[in-house]
Design a protein around this ligand. Structure first.
Ligand code: AHR
Length: 519
Protein backbone atom coordinates (compact mmCIF):
# COMPACT_ATOMS: atom_id res chain seq x y z
CA UNK A 1 0.00 0.00 0.00
CA UNK A 2 1.37 3.39 -0.94
CA UNK A 3 0.88 6.36 1.27
CA UNK A 4 1.11 9.93 0.19
CA UNK A 5 0.07 13.28 1.51
CA UNK A 6 -2.97 14.94 0.11
CA UNK A 7 -5.32 17.78 0.78
CA UNK A 8 -8.77 16.38 1.24
CA UNK A 9 -10.95 19.46 1.30
CA UNK A 10 -10.22 22.92 0.05
CA UNK A 11 -7.06 24.83 -0.60
CA UNK A 12 -7.10 27.27 2.28
CA UNK A 13 -4.71 25.01 4.10
CA UNK A 14 -1.92 25.86 1.72
CA UNK A 15 -1.69 29.23 3.43
CA UNK A 16 -1.93 27.86 6.94
CA UNK A 17 1.13 27.98 9.11
CA UNK A 18 1.30 24.35 10.23
CA UNK A 19 2.70 21.22 8.68
CA UNK A 20 2.41 17.51 9.25
CA UNK A 21 5.75 17.26 11.06
CA UNK A 22 4.59 16.92 14.65
CA UNK A 23 1.31 15.24 13.88
CA UNK A 24 -0.28 12.80 11.49
CA UNK A 25 -3.06 15.09 10.33
CA UNK A 26 -4.16 18.68 10.70
CA UNK A 27 -7.61 20.18 10.55
CA UNK A 28 -8.26 23.87 10.11
CA UNK A 29 -11.71 24.99 11.20
CA UNK A 30 -13.19 28.06 9.54
CA UNK A 31 -15.60 28.89 12.28
CA UNK A 32 -17.17 31.98 10.79
CA UNK A 33 -20.15 29.77 9.82
CA UNK A 34 -21.54 28.68 6.47
CA UNK A 35 -25.26 29.22 7.04
CA UNK A 36 -25.82 25.68 5.72
CA UNK A 37 -27.91 23.42 7.93
CA UNK A 38 -27.32 19.66 7.88
CA UNK A 39 -30.83 18.24 7.35
CA UNK A 40 -31.78 15.76 10.07
CA UNK A 41 -33.09 13.53 7.26
CA UNK A 42 -29.47 12.66 6.34
CA UNK A 43 -29.80 10.27 9.30
CA UNK A 44 -32.86 8.46 7.88
CA UNK A 45 -33.70 4.77 8.06
CA UNK A 46 -35.16 2.25 5.64
CA UNK A 47 -37.49 -0.56 6.73
CA UNK A 48 -38.63 -3.19 4.24
CA UNK A 49 -40.74 -6.33 4.44
CA UNK A 50 -37.60 -8.35 3.98
CA UNK A 51 -36.28 -11.13 6.21
CA UNK A 52 -36.75 -10.16 9.85
CA UNK A 53 -36.76 -6.40 9.46
CA UNK A 54 -40.46 -6.00 10.15
CA UNK A 55 -41.50 -9.34 11.65
CA UNK A 56 -39.34 -10.15 14.66
CA UNK A 57 -37.52 -6.85 14.21
CA UNK A 58 -39.93 -3.95 14.55
CA UNK A 59 -43.09 -5.96 15.10
CA UNK A 60 -43.94 -9.01 17.19
CA UNK A 61 -47.69 -8.42 17.61
CA UNK A 62 -49.64 -7.59 20.73
CA UNK A 63 -50.04 -11.21 21.82
CA UNK A 64 -46.33 -12.01 21.67
CA UNK A 65 -44.41 -13.17 24.73
CA UNK A 66 -41.68 -10.76 23.65
CA UNK A 67 -42.19 -7.55 25.64
CA UNK A 68 -43.92 -5.11 23.32
CA UNK A 69 -45.53 -1.70 23.11
CA UNK A 70 -48.81 -2.25 21.27
CA UNK A 71 -47.15 -4.95 19.19
CA UNK A 72 -43.83 -3.16 18.55
CA UNK A 73 -40.83 -4.91 20.12
CA UNK A 74 -40.13 -2.86 23.24
CA UNK A 75 -36.34 -3.15 23.18
CA UNK A 76 -36.21 -2.06 19.53
CA UNK A 77 -38.81 0.66 20.10
CA UNK A 78 -36.74 2.13 22.94
CA UNK A 79 -33.49 1.90 20.97
CA UNK A 80 -35.05 3.75 18.03
CA UNK A 81 -36.39 6.41 20.34
CA UNK A 82 -32.88 7.03 21.66
CA UNK A 83 -31.55 7.21 18.11
CA UNK A 84 -33.76 10.21 17.18
CA UNK A 85 -34.72 8.75 13.80
CA UNK A 86 -35.87 11.66 11.62
CA UNK A 87 -37.46 9.73 8.74
CA UNK A 88 -38.21 6.09 7.88
CA UNK A 89 -38.93 4.63 4.45
CA UNK A 90 -41.44 1.74 4.10
CA UNK A 91 -42.60 -0.87 2.85
CA UNK A 92 -39.72 -1.34 0.35
CA UNK A 93 -37.48 -1.58 -1.65
CA UNK A 94 -38.39 -4.20 -4.16
CA UNK A 95 -41.26 -5.29 -1.91
CA UNK A 96 -42.99 -1.95 -2.49
CA UNK A 97 -43.79 -2.81 -6.10
CA UNK A 98 -45.40 -6.08 -4.99
CA UNK A 99 -47.32 -4.50 -2.13
CA UNK A 100 -51.04 -3.96 -2.24
CA UNK A 101 -51.82 -1.78 0.72
CA UNK A 102 -55.40 -2.96 1.12
CA UNK A 103 -54.01 -6.38 2.09
CA UNK A 104 -52.63 -4.73 5.22
CA UNK A 105 -55.64 -2.97 6.74
CA UNK A 106 -58.62 -4.08 8.79
CA UNK A 107 -58.83 -6.84 11.41
CA UNK A 108 -55.51 -8.66 11.58
CA UNK A 109 -57.03 -12.15 11.33
CA UNK A 110 -58.79 -11.28 8.09
CA UNK A 111 -55.78 -9.83 6.30
CA UNK A 112 -54.54 -11.42 3.09
CA UNK A 113 -51.45 -13.60 3.27
CA UNK A 114 -48.99 -13.92 0.46
CA UNK A 115 -45.56 -15.29 -0.30
CA UNK A 116 -42.92 -12.58 -0.27
CA UNK A 117 -41.44 -13.63 -3.59
CA UNK A 118 -38.82 -10.91 -3.70
CA UNK A 119 -37.25 -12.13 -0.51
CA UNK A 120 -37.10 -15.90 -0.13
CA UNK A 121 -40.81 -16.66 -0.55
CA UNK A 122 -41.43 -16.16 3.17
CA UNK A 123 -45.03 -15.95 4.40
CA UNK A 124 -46.23 -12.35 4.58
CA UNK A 125 -49.36 -12.21 6.71
CA UNK A 126 -49.76 -8.44 6.42
CA UNK A 127 -50.15 -8.06 10.16
CA UNK A 128 -47.92 -5.01 9.85
CA UNK A 129 -49.61 -2.57 7.49
CA UNK A 130 -50.40 1.10 7.04
CA UNK A 131 -51.79 1.67 10.55
CA UNK A 132 -48.94 -0.17 12.22
CA UNK A 133 -46.29 1.76 10.28
CA UNK A 134 -47.80 5.21 10.59
CA UNK A 135 -48.64 4.76 14.27
CA UNK A 136 -45.05 3.69 14.95
CA UNK A 137 -43.79 6.81 13.23
CA UNK A 138 -46.20 8.96 15.17
CA UNK A 139 -45.20 7.41 18.51
CA UNK A 140 -41.49 7.87 17.80
CA UNK A 141 -41.75 11.30 16.17
CA UNK A 142 -40.50 9.93 12.83
CA UNK A 143 -41.48 11.45 9.48
CA UNK A 144 -42.95 8.59 7.41
CA UNK A 145 -41.72 8.01 3.86
CA UNK A 146 -44.12 5.77 1.93
CA UNK A 147 -42.98 3.92 -1.18
CA UNK A 148 -45.88 3.38 -3.58
CA UNK A 149 -46.40 0.50 -6.00
CA UNK A 150 -45.95 1.43 -9.65
CA UNK A 151 -44.61 -1.90 -10.94
CA UNK A 152 -47.65 -4.10 -10.23
CA UNK A 153 -50.12 -1.54 -8.92
CA UNK A 154 -52.38 1.05 -10.48
CA UNK A 155 -52.92 4.78 -10.34
CA UNK A 156 -56.27 4.16 -8.67
CA UNK A 157 -54.72 1.98 -5.95
CA UNK A 158 -52.03 4.54 -5.17
CA UNK A 159 -54.42 7.51 -5.19
CA UNK A 160 -56.75 5.69 -2.82
CA UNK A 161 -53.86 4.95 -0.47
CA UNK A 162 -53.08 8.65 -0.23
CA UNK A 163 -56.76 9.36 0.36
CA UNK A 164 -56.98 6.66 3.03
CA UNK A 165 -53.99 8.03 4.92
CA UNK A 166 -54.45 11.77 4.59
CA UNK A 167 -58.04 12.75 3.83
CA UNK A 168 -60.20 14.37 6.49
CA UNK A 169 -63.18 14.59 4.13
CA UNK A 170 -66.20 12.36 4.08
CA UNK A 171 -65.18 9.88 1.41
CA UNK A 172 -65.08 6.13 1.00
CA UNK A 173 -61.39 5.81 1.78
CA UNK A 174 -61.37 8.23 4.72
CA UNK A 175 -64.43 6.47 6.14
CA UNK A 176 -62.75 3.09 5.72
CA UNK A 177 -59.81 4.38 7.75
CA UNK A 178 -62.22 5.60 10.42
CA UNK A 179 -63.96 2.22 10.44
CA UNK A 180 -60.53 0.65 10.97
CA UNK A 181 -60.03 2.67 14.12
CA UNK A 182 -58.22 5.82 13.04
CA UNK A 183 -60.39 8.92 13.14
CA UNK A 184 -58.00 11.68 12.17
CA UNK A 185 -55.78 11.43 9.12
CA UNK A 186 -52.05 10.99 9.48
CA UNK A 187 -49.61 13.50 8.12
CA UNK A 188 -47.63 11.92 5.30
CA UNK A 189 -45.00 14.08 3.67
CA UNK A 190 -42.63 11.86 1.68
CA UNK A 191 -44.18 9.68 -1.01
CA UNK A 192 -42.07 7.65 -3.46
CA UNK A 193 -43.63 6.82 -6.81
CA UNK A 194 -42.13 3.37 -7.32
CA UNK A 195 -38.74 1.91 -6.41
CA UNK A 196 -35.89 0.91 -8.70
CA UNK A 197 -38.14 1.28 -11.74
CA UNK A 198 -35.10 0.31 -13.84
CA UNK A 199 -35.03 -3.14 -12.11
CA UNK A 200 -37.27 -4.92 -9.60
CA UNK A 201 -39.77 -2.06 -9.87
CA UNK A 202 -40.74 -2.90 -13.46
CA UNK A 203 -37.61 -3.04 -15.63
CA UNK A 204 -38.54 0.21 -17.34
CA UNK A 205 -36.66 2.67 -19.47
CA UNK A 206 -36.21 6.14 -17.97
CA UNK A 207 -38.37 7.61 -20.72
CA UNK A 208 -41.27 5.25 -20.00
CA UNK A 209 -40.95 5.71 -16.23
CA UNK A 210 -40.93 9.50 -16.65
CA UNK A 211 -44.31 9.36 -18.34
CA UNK A 212 -45.65 7.03 -15.66
CA UNK A 213 -44.41 9.34 -12.91
CA UNK A 214 -46.23 12.27 -14.47
CA UNK A 215 -49.43 10.26 -14.70
CA UNK A 216 -49.29 8.91 -11.13
CA UNK A 217 -48.27 12.27 -9.66
CA UNK A 218 -51.31 13.93 -11.21
CA UNK A 219 -53.66 11.89 -9.04
CA UNK A 220 -51.70 11.98 -5.79
CA UNK A 221 -53.38 14.98 -4.28
CA UNK A 222 -52.74 17.21 -1.32
CA UNK A 223 -55.79 16.54 0.84
CA UNK A 224 -56.86 18.47 3.93
CA UNK A 225 -53.77 20.18 5.27
CA UNK A 226 -51.41 17.49 3.99
CA UNK A 227 -48.64 18.32 1.52
CA UNK A 228 -47.02 15.49 -0.41
CA UNK A 229 -43.37 15.66 -1.34
CA UNK A 230 -43.28 13.37 -4.37
CA UNK A 231 -40.16 11.39 -5.05
CA UNK A 232 -39.19 9.80 -8.36
CA UNK A 233 -37.52 6.41 -8.46
CA UNK A 234 -33.99 7.44 -9.33
CA UNK A 235 -30.77 5.95 -10.56
CA UNK A 236 -28.60 3.15 -9.36
CA UNK A 237 -24.95 4.06 -8.76
CA UNK A 238 -23.37 5.20 -12.01
CA UNK A 239 -26.49 5.45 -14.20
CA UNK A 240 -26.20 9.16 -14.91
CA UNK A 241 -28.44 8.90 -17.95
CA UNK A 242 -31.37 7.89 -15.70
CA UNK A 243 -31.02 11.11 -13.69
CA UNK A 244 -30.64 13.19 -16.84
CA UNK A 245 -33.77 11.80 -18.51
CA UNK A 246 -35.91 12.20 -15.38
CA UNK A 247 -34.68 15.74 -14.79
CA UNK A 248 -35.45 16.66 -18.41
CA UNK A 249 -38.70 14.74 -18.82
CA UNK A 250 -40.30 15.31 -15.42
CA UNK A 251 -38.70 18.13 -13.43
CA UNK A 252 -40.23 20.17 -10.64
CA UNK A 253 -43.06 21.52 -12.79
CA UNK A 254 -44.53 18.03 -13.12
CA UNK A 255 -44.47 17.42 -9.40
CA UNK A 256 -41.05 15.85 -8.84
CA UNK A 257 -39.80 17.35 -5.57
CA UNK A 258 -37.10 14.73 -5.09
CA UNK A 259 -35.23 12.17 -7.13
CA UNK A 260 -33.71 9.17 -5.42
CA UNK A 261 -30.36 7.42 -5.78
CA UNK A 262 -29.21 4.01 -4.55
CA UNK A 263 -25.57 3.24 -3.83
CA UNK A 264 -24.40 0.16 -1.96
CA UNK A 265 -20.92 -0.68 -0.66
CA UNK A 266 -20.89 -4.09 -2.35
CA UNK A 267 -17.33 -4.96 -3.15
CA UNK A 268 -17.95 -8.43 -4.61
CA UNK A 269 -20.49 -7.31 -7.21
CA UNK A 270 -24.17 -8.25 -7.33
CA UNK A 271 -23.80 -11.77 -8.64
CA UNK A 272 -22.25 -14.43 -6.44
CA UNK A 273 -20.29 -13.87 -3.28
CA UNK A 274 -19.87 -10.36 -1.96
CA UNK A 275 -17.44 -11.38 0.83
CA UNK A 276 -17.98 -12.01 4.49
CA UNK A 277 -19.23 -9.32 6.84
CA UNK A 278 -16.89 -10.44 9.63
CA UNK A 279 -13.90 -12.14 8.02
CA UNK A 280 -11.82 -9.94 5.79
CA UNK A 281 -8.20 -9.05 5.22
CA UNK A 282 -6.64 -5.63 5.74
CA UNK A 283 -6.60 -5.24 1.96
CA UNK A 284 -10.34 -5.97 1.76
CA UNK A 285 -10.94 -3.47 4.55
CA UNK A 286 -9.33 -0.75 2.43
CA UNK A 287 -11.15 -1.93 -0.69
CA UNK A 288 -14.42 -1.56 1.23
CA UNK A 289 -13.57 1.95 2.37
CA UNK A 290 -12.46 2.94 -1.10
CA UNK A 291 -15.72 1.68 -2.62
CA UNK A 292 -17.74 3.49 0.02
CA UNK A 293 -16.06 6.88 -0.47
CA UNK A 294 -16.44 6.56 -4.22
CA UNK A 295 -19.97 7.73 -3.44
CA UNK A 296 -18.59 11.27 -3.35
CA UNK A 297 -17.82 11.20 -7.07
CA UNK A 298 -21.18 9.54 -7.76
CA UNK A 299 -23.08 12.20 -5.80
CA UNK A 300 -21.09 14.94 -7.49
CA UNK A 301 -21.86 13.64 -10.97
CA UNK A 302 -25.60 13.28 -10.33
CA UNK A 303 -25.63 16.72 -8.74
CA UNK A 304 -23.78 18.24 -11.71
CA UNK A 305 -26.52 16.95 -14.00
CA UNK A 306 -29.20 18.32 -11.70
CA UNK A 307 -27.43 21.69 -11.47
CA UNK A 308 -27.29 21.96 -15.26
CA UNK A 309 -30.94 21.13 -15.82
CA UNK A 310 -32.34 22.71 -12.65
CA UNK A 311 -30.02 25.58 -11.68
CA UNK A 312 -32.61 26.95 -9.22
CA UNK A 313 -32.32 23.76 -7.15
CA UNK A 314 -36.04 22.96 -7.16
CA UNK A 315 -35.49 19.19 -7.16
CA UNK A 316 -33.70 17.51 -4.24
CA UNK A 317 -31.48 14.46 -4.36
CA UNK A 318 -32.40 11.70 -1.87
CA UNK A 319 -30.05 8.80 -1.30
CA UNK A 320 -32.83 6.54 -0.11
CA UNK A 321 -30.76 3.34 0.02
CA UNK A 322 -27.11 3.08 1.03
CA UNK A 323 -24.84 0.94 3.18
CA UNK A 324 -22.72 -2.20 3.15
CA UNK A 325 -23.93 -5.35 1.40
CA UNK A 326 -21.97 -8.45 2.39
CA UNK A 327 -22.71 -12.18 2.38
CA UNK A 328 -25.52 -13.33 4.64
CA UNK A 329 -24.43 -14.97 7.87
CA UNK A 330 -23.74 -18.67 7.33
CA UNK A 331 -26.83 -20.80 7.89
CA UNK A 332 -29.31 -17.96 7.39
CA UNK A 333 -31.81 -17.65 4.54
CA UNK A 334 -29.97 -16.07 1.56
CA UNK A 335 -33.14 -14.14 0.74
CA UNK A 336 -33.19 -12.46 4.14
CA UNK A 337 -29.97 -10.44 3.79
CA UNK A 338 -29.03 -10.86 7.44
CA UNK A 339 -25.41 -9.79 8.00
CA UNK A 340 -23.26 -9.01 11.02
CA UNK A 341 -21.83 -5.55 11.58
CA UNK A 342 -18.25 -4.85 12.68
CA UNK A 343 -16.08 -1.82 13.39
CA UNK A 344 -15.54 -1.75 9.62
CA UNK A 345 -19.23 -0.92 9.19
CA UNK A 346 -18.91 1.83 11.78
CA UNK A 347 -16.02 3.40 9.84
CA UNK A 348 -18.03 3.07 6.61
CA UNK A 349 -20.96 4.91 8.21
CA UNK A 350 -18.77 7.71 9.56
CA UNK A 351 -16.97 8.25 6.23
CA UNK A 352 -20.31 8.40 4.43
CA UNK A 353 -21.65 11.02 6.82
CA UNK A 354 -18.54 13.13 6.29
CA UNK A 355 -19.31 13.08 2.58
CA UNK A 356 -23.09 13.58 2.87
CA UNK A 357 -22.61 16.64 5.08
CA UNK A 358 -20.69 18.37 2.29
CA UNK A 359 -23.44 17.93 -0.30
CA UNK A 360 -26.56 19.03 1.55
CA UNK A 361 -27.11 21.90 -0.86
CA UNK A 362 -28.78 19.18 -3.00
CA UNK A 363 -28.66 16.04 -0.89
CA UNK A 364 -31.57 16.36 1.51
CA UNK A 365 -32.06 12.81 2.75
CA UNK A 366 -30.19 9.53 3.14
CA UNK A 367 -31.78 6.26 4.35
CA UNK A 368 -29.47 3.49 5.40
CA UNK A 369 -30.46 -0.05 4.41
CA UNK A 370 -31.88 -1.21 6.75
CA UNK A 371 -33.02 -0.48 10.28
CA UNK A 372 -33.24 -3.99 11.84
CA UNK A 373 -31.81 -7.39 10.86
CA UNK A 374 -31.14 -6.53 7.20
CA UNK A 375 -27.87 -5.42 5.53
CA UNK A 376 -26.05 -2.66 7.47
CA UNK A 377 -28.52 -2.74 10.31
CA UNK A 378 -28.70 -0.53 13.38
CA UNK A 379 -30.16 -3.35 15.43
CA UNK A 380 -30.03 -7.16 15.37
CA UNK A 381 -32.55 -9.31 17.19
CA UNK A 382 -33.14 -12.95 18.02
CA UNK A 383 -36.20 -14.28 19.80
CA UNK A 384 -35.46 -12.61 23.10
CA UNK A 385 -32.37 -10.43 22.78
CA UNK A 386 -31.42 -7.28 20.97
CA UNK A 387 -27.98 -6.08 19.94
CA UNK A 388 -27.02 -2.54 18.98
CA UNK A 389 -24.48 -2.65 16.17
CA UNK A 390 -21.38 -0.47 15.80
CA UNK A 391 -23.32 1.34 13.05
CA UNK A 392 -26.07 2.16 15.55
CA UNK A 393 -23.49 3.77 17.79
CA UNK A 394 -22.20 5.97 14.96
CA UNK A 395 -25.74 7.15 14.20
CA UNK A 396 -26.28 7.88 17.88
CA UNK A 397 -22.94 9.69 18.39
CA UNK A 398 -23.46 11.73 15.20
CA UNK A 399 -26.97 12.84 16.28
CA UNK A 400 -25.37 16.13 17.24
CA UNK A 401 -24.98 17.00 13.55
CA UNK A 402 -28.71 16.74 12.89
CA UNK A 403 -30.10 20.21 12.08
CA UNK A 404 -26.76 21.78 13.03
CA UNK A 405 -24.94 24.43 11.02
CA UNK A 406 -22.20 22.89 8.88
CA UNK A 407 -18.83 24.46 9.68
CA UNK A 408 -16.21 24.45 6.92
CA UNK A 409 -12.87 22.78 7.59
CA UNK A 410 -9.79 21.69 5.67
CA UNK A 411 -8.09 18.42 6.42
CA UNK A 412 -4.49 17.60 5.66
CA UNK A 413 -3.96 13.86 5.94
CA UNK A 414 -2.16 10.96 4.36
CA UNK A 415 -4.13 8.48 2.32
CA UNK A 416 -3.95 4.74 1.72
CA UNK A 417 -4.29 3.20 -1.72
CA UNK A 418 -6.29 0.03 -2.31
CA UNK A 419 -7.16 -1.94 -5.44
CA UNK A 420 -9.98 0.52 -6.13
CA UNK A 421 -9.52 4.03 -7.38
CA UNK A 422 -10.29 6.26 -4.37
CA UNK A 423 -7.43 6.71 -1.90
CA UNK A 424 -8.69 6.32 1.67
CA UNK A 425 -7.95 9.22 4.04
CA UNK A 426 -6.27 8.18 7.26
CA UNK A 427 -8.15 10.89 9.10
CA UNK A 428 -11.52 12.40 8.27
CA UNK A 429 -13.86 14.82 10.05
CA UNK A 430 -17.07 16.81 10.20
CA UNK A 431 -17.56 19.99 12.18
CA UNK A 432 -20.94 21.52 12.95
CA UNK A 433 -22.43 23.96 15.41
CA UNK A 434 -25.72 23.90 17.29
CA UNK A 435 -26.94 25.77 20.36
CA UNK A 436 -23.55 27.39 20.91
CA UNK A 437 -21.68 24.07 20.88
CA UNK A 438 -19.18 23.12 18.19
CA UNK A 439 -19.27 19.36 17.56
CA UNK A 440 -16.20 17.82 15.98
CA UNK A 441 -16.46 14.22 14.76
CA UNK A 442 -13.22 12.51 13.80
CA UNK A 443 -12.36 9.21 12.13
CA UNK A 444 -9.06 7.34 12.16
CA UNK A 445 -9.20 4.65 9.46
CA UNK A 446 -5.72 3.28 10.21
CA UNK A 447 -5.98 -0.27 11.52
CA UNK A 448 -2.74 -0.27 13.45
CA UNK A 449 -1.63 3.22 14.37
CA UNK A 450 -3.01 5.93 16.60
CA UNK A 451 -3.13 9.32 14.86
CA UNK A 452 -2.14 12.63 16.32
CA UNK A 453 -4.42 15.31 14.96
CA UNK A 454 -3.89 19.03 15.45
CA UNK A 455 -7.07 21.07 15.10
CA UNK A 456 -6.69 24.81 14.68
CA UNK A 457 -9.24 27.58 14.37
CA UNK A 458 -9.43 30.73 12.24
CA UNK A 459 -10.66 32.42 15.39
CA UNK A 460 -8.16 31.50 18.10
CA UNK A 461 -10.72 32.17 20.81
CA UNK A 462 -13.37 29.95 19.23
CA UNK A 463 -12.87 27.13 21.71
CA UNK A 464 -11.91 27.35 25.37
CA UNK A 465 -13.14 23.98 26.69
CA UNK A 466 -14.16 20.51 25.63
CA UNK A 467 -17.41 19.77 27.42
CA UNK A 468 -17.98 16.16 26.30
CA UNK A 469 -16.05 13.57 24.32
CA UNK A 470 -16.70 9.93 23.38
CA UNK A 471 -14.90 7.40 21.26
CA UNK A 472 -16.01 4.24 19.45
CA UNK A 473 -13.25 1.72 18.90
CA UNK A 474 -12.28 -1.88 19.53
CA UNK A 475 -9.12 -3.94 19.69
CA UNK A 476 -9.86 -5.58 16.39
CA UNK A 477 -11.69 -4.19 13.34
CA UNK A 478 -13.46 -7.56 13.05
CA UNK A 479 -15.12 -7.10 16.44
CA UNK A 480 -18.88 -7.00 16.57
CA UNK A 481 -21.68 -7.14 19.10
CA UNK A 482 -23.53 -10.42 19.34
CA UNK A 483 -26.20 -12.07 21.45
CA UNK A 484 -24.69 -12.69 24.85
CA UNK A 485 -21.81 -10.35 23.96
CA UNK A 486 -23.67 -7.17 23.22
CA UNK A 487 -21.16 -4.64 24.51
CA UNK A 488 -17.93 -5.50 22.70
CA UNK A 489 -18.08 -2.34 20.59
CA UNK A 490 -19.68 0.62 22.31
CA UNK A 491 -18.90 4.28 22.88
CA UNK A 492 -16.69 5.15 25.83
CA UNK A 493 -15.58 8.40 27.43
CA UNK A 494 -12.64 9.88 25.51
CA UNK A 495 -9.82 11.72 27.22
CA UNK A 496 -6.94 11.75 24.77
CA UNK A 497 -7.05 15.41 23.85
CA UNK A 498 -5.70 18.69 25.16
CA UNK A 499 -6.18 22.35 24.38
CA UNK A 500 -2.80 24.00 23.86
CA UNK A 501 -1.52 27.24 22.41
CA UNK A 502 -1.26 25.47 19.07
CA UNK A 503 -4.93 24.41 19.10
CA UNK A 504 -6.79 21.25 20.03
CA UNK A 505 -4.51 18.23 20.01
CA UNK A 506 -6.25 14.89 19.74
CA UNK A 507 -4.79 11.38 19.64
CA UNK A 508 -7.21 9.01 17.94
CA UNK A 509 -6.76 5.29 18.67
CA UNK A 510 -6.39 2.97 15.66
CA UNK A 511 -9.64 2.34 13.78
CA UNK A 512 -11.73 4.74 15.81
CA UNK A 513 -14.43 7.38 15.69
CA UNK A 514 -14.55 10.21 18.22
CA UNK A 515 -16.99 13.04 18.80
CA UNK A 516 -15.97 16.07 20.84
CA UNK A 517 -18.20 18.92 21.99
CA UNK A 518 -16.34 22.23 22.21
CA UNK A 519 -17.35 25.58 23.67
O1 AHR B 1 -32.31 -3.08 0.44
C1 AHR B 1 -32.46 -4.26 -0.27
C2 AHR B 1 -32.89 -4.05 -1.72
O2 AHR B 1 -31.88 -3.38 -2.42
C3 AHR B 1 -34.11 -3.19 -1.93
O3 AHR B 1 -35.29 -3.89 -1.79
C4 AHR B 1 -33.92 -2.72 -3.34
O4 AHR B 1 -34.54 -1.47 -3.57
C5 AHR B 1 -32.43 -2.70 -3.53
O5 AHR B 1 -32.04 -3.34 -4.69
Amino acid sequence: MHKFTTIIAGLALLCASFSLHAQDATIRIHDEGTGVTIPAEIYGQFSEHLGRCIYGGLWVGKDSKVPNVEGYRKDVFDALKALKVPVMRWPGGCFADDYHWMDGIGPQEKRAYIANNNWGGTLEDNSFGTHEFLNLCEMLGIEPYISGNVGSGSVEEMAKWVEYMTSDASSNMADLRRANGREKPWKVKYFGIGNEAWGCGGNMTPEYYSDLFRRYATYLRDLGGNHLYKIASGASDYDYNWTKVLMNNIGADKGMKGISLHYYTNIGGWVGSKTSATQFSDATYYTTLSKTIEIEEVLQKHIDIMDTIDPEGRVDLLLDEWGTWFDVEPGTNPGHLYQQNTMRDAIVAALNFDIFHKYTRRLKMANIAQVVNVLQAMILTNETEMVLTPTYHVFEMYNVHQNAEFVASDILTKTVKSDRKCPVPEVDATVSRKDGVMNISLVNTDLKKAKKVLITFDNEKAVSAITAARVLTSKDVHDYNDFGKANVVEPKAFKDYKLTKAGLEVTLPPCSIAVLAAK
